[in-house]
Write a protein that binds this ligand. Structure first.
Ligand code: BT5
Length: 335
C-alpha cells in the first residue's frame, strides 16, 4: 500500500500551483492535522521546500535533489524492485550492506544505494572509485529460482540494462566489454559486480552491484584510471539527474529480469551482442593459466565468452579478462 508520506507528496504535487489546506489534507489522508504537520517537517528534512501559510495551507515550492528513500521511491514505476530502498549518504560498500541485509532475510528486490562509498569494490577485490554525489552506487538483492551456474547470466543481463538506459535515456550508444563493463567511446563508464550465496543446486540470494560514473567532470576522474575511464557527463556534455537515472535503471531492470525468467537467455544474448565490444576482432585474452591473442566470436548460448584458442579453434571461457590494443597502447588493468 502506498504510504501516507507518498500520498501526501502526491497531493502537494497535484496542487503545486495553489495552497492546499491542512484540513483538506487531513481529510484526504485520514490522519490528524498534527500528523500532517509532522510529515511536513520530515519532508523538509529530506530537502522538500514547503511553504505553510496560516488560513491558506501548504504549497510545495521545490523537490529535493538530495537522494533519500522517499525521493527515490517517488515516481518509481516498478512492481517489486526497489519497493524497499535503503539509502546511506556514506558507506564502505553497498555490497557489504546488501549481503548483511540479505542474510537477515531482506526481500527479493531490496535495493541499497549510497551517495558515496569509501571502500567500493570491483571484481577480485579491485578498487572501485565512488566519488560523493557524482555517480550511482547501488546493489540489488535478488532471490531467483535459478540453478547457481546460471547466475553469471544475470551479470550479462544487468549490462544490457545499463546499456539500454544509456542508449535510450542519455542518447549515446554505449558498448559492453565482456562481461560487465559499459564503455562510452571506448572508455569505462560503468561496472557490474555480481556476488551470490548459494548451495549446490539452489541460490539463496544474488547481489548485483552497479557502479556508474554520472556527473564527474573529466578532470574529476581519478588520475590513475583517467586514460580508460569516463563519465556520462564527460561524454554527453551535460549533467544528469541521478535520481531519475536510478529510477530508469530499476524500471528497465525489472522488465528485463521478468522477461529473462520467462523466456530464458536467448533475448539477453542477442541484445548483449548488439552492444558487444570488439566482436569479430582480435583481442588479447588473459586467464589464470595463459594469455594469448584471439578472435572474439561473441557469447555462447549459456553466456560464456566465445573466442579462438591458440590453435584457432572455437573455445568457451567462463572466467577471463580481455584486453585490447588501440594506437599501440595497451588498455588493460591499472599499472
Ligand atoms: C567492476 O569491477 O567493474 C565492478 C564495479 C562494481 C561497482 C559497484 S558500485 C556499487 C557496488 N558496491 C561496490 O562496492 N561495488 C559495486 P572490475 O571489472 O574488476 O573493474 C575494476 C577496475 O575498474 C579497477 O581496477 C579500475 O581499473 C577501474 N575503475 C575503478 N573505479 C572506476 C570508476 N569509477 N570508473 C571506471 N573505472 C574504474
Amino acid at each position: 500500500m502506498e504510504s501516507n508520506r507518498n500520498r501526501l507528496i502526491a497531493l502537494l504535487e497535484e496542487n503545486k500551483d495553489q495552497y492546499i489546506s491542512g484540513q483538506k489534507l487531513s481529510e484526504q489522508l485520514n490522519i490528524s492535522r498534527s500528523a500532517i504537520w509532522k510529515h511536513m517537517k520530515e519532508l523538509e528534512k529530506d530537502g522538500y521546500e514547503i511553504e505553510g501559510k496560516s488560513r491558506k495551507g501548504y504549497r510545495i515550492i521545490s523537490f529535493p535533489d538530495k537522494l533519500s528513500e522517499n525521493t527515490l521511491q517517488w515516481g518509481l514505476k516498478t512492481k517489486w524492485l526497489g519497493k524497499t530502498i535503503i539509502h546511506r549518504e556514506s558507506i564502505d560498500s553497498t555490497q557489504f550492506l546488501a549481503h548483511q541485509t540479505a542474510r537477515d532475510g531482506a526481500a527479493h528486490g531490496t535495493v541499497i544505494i549510497a551517495d558515496e562509498q569509501t571502500k567500493g569494490k570491483g571484481r577480485m577485490n579491485r578498487e572501485w572509485h565512488s566519488a560523493p554525489g557524482k555517480g550511482i552506487w547501488l546493489s540489488m538483492i535478488l532471490r531467483p529460482q535459478l540453478l547457481p551456474y546460471l547466475a553469471a547470466q544475470l551479470t550479462l543481463l544487468a549490462a544490457t540494462v545499463l546499456a539500454d538506459v544509456v542508449n535510450e535515456h542519455i542518447g549515446v550508444r554505449p558498448q559492453i566489454k565482456w562481461p560487465n563493463d559499459i564503455l562510452i567511446n571506448g572508455k569505462k563508464t560503468a561496472g557490474i559486480l555480481t556476488e551470490m550465496q548459494a548451495e549446490q543446486d539452489q541460490i539463496q540470494y544474488v547481489v548485483i552491484g552497479m557502479g556508474i560514473n554520472v556527473n564527474q567532470a573529466e578532470v574529476e576522474l581519478p588520475e590513475n584510471i583517467s586514460y580508460k575511464a569516463t563519465s556520462i557527463r564527460a561524454e554527453s556534455g551535460k549533467e544528469w539527474d541521478i535520481k531519475e537515472l536510478i529510477q530508469q535503471i530499476l524500471q528497465t531492470f525489472e522488465h528485463a529480469y521478468e522477461s529473462y525468467i520467462e523466456n530464458g537467455f536467448p533475448e539477453v544474448k542477442e541484445k548483449w551482442e548488439s552492444y558487444g565490444f570488439k566482436i569479430g576482432e582480435m583481442i588479447d585474452i588473459k586467464t589464470m593459466q595463459d594469455e594469448w591473442r584471439s578472435e572474439f566470436l561473441g557469447i555462447a548460448e549459456d553466456g560464456a565468452l566465445l573466442a579462438t584458442d591458440r590453435e584457432g579453434h572455437e573455445t568457451k571461457l567462463y572466467s577471463a579478462e580481455i584486453k585490447w590494443f588501440e594506437d599501440g597502447n595497451e588498455n588493460a588493468e591499472d599499472k
